[in-house]
Design a protein around this ligand. Structure first.
Ligand code: CP
Length: 311
């Protein structure tokens, strides 16, 4: 019987195909539960989970909170801005104090890569990475893969191009690890200033010309241009960026039939993606959000030792 190898979810680097399939297969059950009039099961009754967010989030934070509530877990939300972090308390002290209050799981988003790994060095609770710096965002990539598998019935053989700020993107990194493990062909495309040095060593094709990258592609994953980085000279003007790398309706005929448009959110409409594409018939952006709750329910269930049938 397949089980997750680790009791934490820190990233998709090193996670094998069987483990990813286990999460995606389990998600089907939880998505069905979310269609019911009463969207709640007692699976995690008695389990206490802290959502520890040191960075802003809409989708991931609320999705985890809903997933926990729908599994009947006890949920505590921690926001760094409204805590003793403001008085200088360290991450380690904060988390050790929370652990002293008897918690079972921590979901953490932090601006520093490696923060979730650091917690596992002293914490008994299971740790889930909800995005660490520019390193990984594993639950985002899992919900992206689930969304693709649901549409195409498989991930293997799909050509996926990830467009935009690859350098700072934890979503790109987790998707590259996960999609490649599942047999997809992955390409990245962006201004050379926003492509990490030797990114091709991750086994991806690399493009600086968007139109070239789109030919023969099934899936486009547009990334948020991090406007705060514009001052650092990574980007030309936003107008030029949009002209060279924006996903617009004029570019869609370059894609394969039955193509898919994805974006992890939040979007800069009119910059990396035009509103008509974001809201168009090939966009699965809101499906990604819906599926995210079910994927996170599956992850919480599996990390809490779940293996039986959930009714
Ligand atoms: N996709 C994503 O991580 O969005 P949030 O930053 O709103 O959580």
């Amino acid at each position: 019987m397949v089980k997750l190898k680790s009791r934490h979810l820190l990233g998709l680097q090193g996670m094998n195909r069987e483990e990813i399939n286990l999460i995606l297969d389990s998600t089907d059950t939880f998505l069905e539960i979310l269609q019911r009039p009463i969207k709640r099961v007692p699976t995690l009754r008695g389990v206490t989970i802290v959502n520890l967010f040191y960075e802003p989030s809409t989708r991931t934070r609320i999705s985890f909170e809903l997933a926990e509530k729908r599994l009947s877990a006890e949920t505590v939300n921690f926001s760094a801005d409204a805590s003793s972090v403001k008085k200088g308390e360290t991450l380690k002290d904060t988390v050790r104090n929370l652990e002293a209050m008897k918690i079972d799981m921590v979901v953490i988003r932090h601006r520093y890569s490696g923060a979730p790994h650091f917690l596992t060095s002293f914490l008994d609770a299971a740790v889930i990475n909800a995005g660490d710096g520019a390193h990984e965002h594993p639950t985002q990539a899992l919900l992206d893969m689930y969304t693709l598998r649901k549409k195409y019935g498989k991930i293997s053989g799909l050509k996926v191009v990830i467009v935009g700020d690859i350098l700072h993107s934890r979503v790109a990194r987790s998707n590259i690890w996960g999609l490649k493990t599942m047999g997809a062909k992955v390409a990245v495309c962006g201004p050379t200033t926003l492509l990490p040095y030797e990114i091709e060593k991750m086994g991806v094709e690399v493009y600086s010309n968007l139109n070239e990258s789109l030919r023969g592609t099934d899936v486009v994953m547009a990334l948020r241009i991090q406007l705060e980085r514009q001052q650092s000279c990574y980007l030309p003007t936003l107008r030029e960026y949009s002209q060279r790398f924006g996903i617009t309706k004029e570019r869609l005929p370059l894609l394969n039939e039955n193509f898919t448009i994805m974006h992890p959110g939040p979007m800069n409409r009119g910059v990396e993606i035009s509103p008509e594409v974001a809201d168009g018939p090939y966009s699965v952006i809101l499906d990604q959000v819906t599926n995210g709750v079910a994927v996170r329910m599956a992850i919480l269930y599996l990390l809490s030792g779940g293996e039986g049938k959930v009714e």
